[in-house]
Write a protein that binds this ligand. Structure first.
Ligand SMILES: NC(=O)C1=CN([C@@H]2O[C@H](COP(=O)(O)OP(=O)(O)OC[C@H]3O[C@@H](n4cnc5c(N)ncnc54)[C@H](OP(=O)(O)O)[C@@H]3O)[C@@H](O)[C@H]2O)C=CC1
Ligand SMILES: C[C@H]1O[C@H](OP(=O)(O)OP(=O)(O)OC[C@H]2O[C@@H](n3cnc4c(=O)[nH]c(N)nc43)[C@H](O)[C@@H]2O)[C@@H](O)[C@@H](O)C1=O
Length: 349
């Protein structure tokens, strides 16, 4: 990629897209194009076709998607499969039609089987059944990988699929129902601390309610009170977390250094080199994560585990040897990342 190459970053206001824009700008890329969801609905085939016809991007980073935590995935199952399939079908196909030189598609580690051997190697894709809570989303993501693979094989395109582990960072979603665990716990534990300190003005500012009774009732429905915070599930599942800016650095590194034109077929049926994991290679239990966040925020109350909420996959740890062998490693420790995100939340909420 030359520094003035025309690069379209889809989903530039999101957690991943915003980090990718920042990384590209720091590295000197000067011709980045973006559209908000309102300006260009990527589920709309005609709008996407017109956009590509007019703009003719040379490179595409597809970070736009319907994204959410375990409960959002489980409840809004139809939206997750429909919107993700439509977005990726439109963008990947128009990238082929318009001669895009390289496209990066973002999948997720939920594409691997529910009881996958750990750490999860790229080759474990489609070796067993998926975790049910996020099956529609995972199936859409697998379709995206297979679409890139198929276009590479049939049309000689250079479409790269990456499978990032659980991400967190600036512009994360802090919604108490729909977000992922890390931002959810930062916000819940912070609000419990504010209640505990009787800092009611800050509670109202954060929640947007007019009266403290309304705010307390709302927070109680998510298990947040001055003495305790509810943690979904048993706390036993293990997750691997990567700081979004490290993830963005890995994506740009791959755009600059990796060709997926060499996707190849083994024995006429087995395909290798279709996607690559992005992670740290280190995991932590949800109990340990909650304790760490509690310590960083300075909340003295209890953590209460609600086993009526889903645990999801019990362990998701990526094998990152492929990426490490290419010369990329993560930078930010989980503790530093949580401190930075808490600071970001206070400044931007
Ligand atoms: N967050 C995580 O832990 C992980 C994320 N990923 C993947 O990374 C990618 C980015 O996720 P993340 O940054 O977290 O998600 P966010 O929800 O933070 O951002 C998603 C972006 O997509 C845009 N978008 C959604 N629907 C449409 C649409 N129909 N048309 C146009 N734009 C749309 C949104 O635009 P707007 O803001 O304008 O609504 C938003 O900018 C996804 O593919 C996701 O699967 C993979 C692994 C983990
Ligand atoms: C990125 C990834 O994200 C999702 O999968 P997930 O890893 O299960 O994501 P999660 O962050 O929501 O939960 C992780 C664990 O944490 C527990 N947990 C405790 N307390 C809260 C809590 O308050 N909120 C949330 N969200 N989870 C909580 C929760 O019960 C679970 O055991 C998928 O959408 C999937 O498709 C995907 O790709």
């Amino acid at each position: 990629m030359t520094k003035n190459a025309k690069i379209y970053v889809a989903g530039h206001r999101g957690l991943v897209g915003s980090a990718i824009i920042e990384n590209l700008e720091v590295k000197g890329y000067s011709n980045i194009i973006t559209r908000t969801h309102k300006q260009l609905d990527l589920t709309n085939q005609v709008e996407v076709q017109n956009f590509f016809n007019v703009e003719k991007p040379e490179y595409v980073i597809l970070a736009a998607a319907k994204v959410g935590g375990i409960v959002a995935n489980n409840v809004y199952r139809a939206d997750f499969i429909y919107e993700n399939l439509m977005i990726q079908n439109n963008v990947i196909h128009q990238s082929y039609v318009n001669g895009v030189k390289k496209l990066l598609f973002l999948g997720s580690t939920c594409i691997y089987p529910k009881t996958c051997p750990q750490p999860m190697k790229e080759d474990y894709l489609l070796t067993d059944t998926l975790e049910y809570t996020n099956e529609p989303y995972a199936i859409a993501k697998i379709a995206g990988i297979k679409m890139c693979e198929s276009y590479n094989l049939q049309y000689g395109t250079n479409f790269i699929s990456v499978m990032p582990t659980n991400l967190y960072g600036p512009n994360d979603n802090f919604d108490l129902e729909k977000s992922h665990v890390l931002p959810a716990l930062i916000r819940k534990i912070y609000l419990a601390k504010l209640l505990n300190e009787e800092n009611l003005k800050a509670v109202l500012e954060d929640t947007g309610f007019k009266t403290i009774e309304e705010a307390k009732e709302y927070l109680a429905s998510f298990g947040v009170s001055k003495n305790s915070v509810e943690i979904w599930g048993t706390g036993k599942p293990r997750r691997e977390f990567l700081w979004s800016k490290d993830m963005a650095d890995a994506c740009v590194f791959l755009m600059e250094n990796r060709d997926f034109k060499d996707t190849h077929v083994l024995n006429q049926k087995e395909v290798r080199n279709t996607h690559i994991n992005i992670g740290t290679g280190k995991d932590i239990s949800i109990v340990e994560l909650a304790e760490t966040i509690k310590e960083i925020i300075g909340f003295k109350g209890d953590l209460e585990f609600n086993a009526d909420k889903p645990d999801g996959t019990m362990k998701k740890l990526t094998d990152v040897s492929k990426l490490n062998d290419l010369g990329w490693k993560y930078n930010t420790s989980l503790e530093d990342g949580i401190k930075k995100l808490f600071k970001w939340y206070i400044a931007n909420k």
